[in-house]
Design a protein around this ligand. Structure first.
Ligand code: C5P
Length: 397
């Protein structure tokens, strides 16, 4: 359980803060809200109080509030401060170090990590002043998520929509699992390629062979690397997951498409191959196979091994990480795989105990120095640990 101080700003996307609270509570976190004057024109303190099951703070000048829970104590009692929606005005006041209401006073007084999810009109987002403010905040160590692109409440189209609540909550989880703020920005200027999910290998135009992979571990790795400031290209097989904030996503279906997308995305400093790529594909895919006579015999041929291709490439990343899903002899197989595939590290997981689609994972990290067993943890926590290790490994010695 972590304690989140949620500052709700004054924009139409304020109603989505309600869903963020609901998702955070579902994950067992405690949420306390500060509602700005602007925010109270869109949703009421009662809504936030009912969802958070906590008193909602609205004014710096509330004598009772200040006596019982002062603005300094609000941030002292939180593990993370989150701003949803971060309006253009709120970002500007934060960047300017202003303290002219309860929200900005708390933000100035806090020494806790701060994560802001912006939402505003597309031209406001693209305005030089907002760009300047966001750059300032990021340089100050504040995580400002990229807004979504799409239709807006004002009838326009473009970047400026609040990221989906599920994406905000993923980013919150990632920020919460980080040991310290120090790692943020450590991978700035680097490029990472992450593969995730299953591949679908067509049998005919309507049928395919697939494997059991939800893509959640790979998406969490992409999110954790992006949170450290890396440019991330996420090559994703068919999955039903939102794109993590700040990640460039390329959707593919088959192993051959994934291989082509990964090769095209090189060069990279880091490659983390989490995808459960199908080992074989059907040799000749033509028209839909009809259900007449004997069942058809499928001739399978081997798919390209993407990890091996990247390992042999003249543009081989400085750090190449593979995953190994095993049902038996987990360590021995992973150690052998590291050498055979010429990967730097292998993250091995025992999939005999229902990892597919689950929240948690139990892994071992196999490096040239040996095997480390990591405690079972949420996939997002494992991703953060791995990203931190990657940042440490790539630091100039
Ligand atoms: O040999 P195995 O499939 O167990 O290896 C797993 C590792 O290799 C994973 O990192 C997976 O993403 C990668 N892989 C790949 N292309 C394949 C098969 C596996 O990149 N065709």
């Amino acid at each position: 359980m972590k304690r989140i101080l949620l500052i709700v700003g004054g924009g139409i996307a304020a109603y989505k803060a309600c869903e963020v609270i609901r998702l955070l509570k579902k994950r067992g976190h405690a949420v306390r809200c500060v509602l700005t004057e602007g925010g109270s024109h869109f949703i009421t303190p009662m809504t936030l109080a009912a969802l958070s099951e906590e008193h909602v703070h609205t004014s710096l000048w509330d004598l009772k509030d200040e006596a019982e829970m002062g603005h300094i104590q609000l941030s002292r009692e939180a593990d993370l401060v989150v701003v949803v929606p971060a309006t253009a005005d709120l970002l500007a006041r934060m960047a300017g170090g202003q303290a002219n209401d309860l929200a900005t006073t708390v933000l100035l007084a806090t020494d806790k990590p701060v994560l802001a999810a912006p939402a505003m009109n597309v031209r406001m987002w693209r305005h030089a002043a907002t760009k300047r403010n966001v750059a300032r905040l990021r340089a100050d160590g504040i995580t400002v998520l990229e807004p979504d692109e799409g239709a807006m409440a004002c009838g326009e189209y473009g970047p400026g929509r609040l990221p989906e609540p599920a994406v905000i909550v993923e980013a919150i989880d990632s920020a919460l699992s980080r040991a310290s703020l120090e790692t943020i920005g450590k991978l700035a200027g680097r490029h990472a390629i992450v593969t995730a999910g299953p591949t679908h290998e067509p049998i005919d135009p309507v049928r395919y062979i697939a494997n059991r992979s939800s893509g959640r571990q790979g998406f969490a790795v992409a999110a954790a690397l992006a949170a450290l400031g890396t440019r991330v290209t996420l090559v994703a097989g068919p999955v039903d997951l939102p794109t993590p904030a700040g990640v460039d996503r390329i959707d593919v279906e088959s192993a051959c498409e994934m291989a082509a997308a990964v090769t095209a995305a090189l060069p990279a400093h880091i490659a983390v191959m989490v995808a459960a790529v199908a080992d074989w594909r059907v040799e000749a895919v033509t028209q839909k196979v009809k259900k007449v006579g004997a069942p058809p015999a499928l001739t399978l041929i081997e798919n390209p091994d993407i990890l091996a291709i990247v390992a042999k490439s003249p543009q081989r990343p400085a750090l190449l990480v593979g995953f190994a899903a095993e049902t038996e002899n987990v360590v021995a197989n992973a150690v052998a795989k590291r050498t055979r595939k010429d990967a730097d590290w292998i993250v091995a997981n025992d999939v005999s105990a229902g990892v597919f689609g689950a929240d948690a994972n139990h892994v071992r990290l196999v490096t040239a120095n040996g095997v480390e067993e990591w405690p079972a943890a949420a996939k997002s926590d494992i991703a953060v640990l791995l990203a931190d290790r990657i940042a440490a490994a790539l630091e100039p010695s």
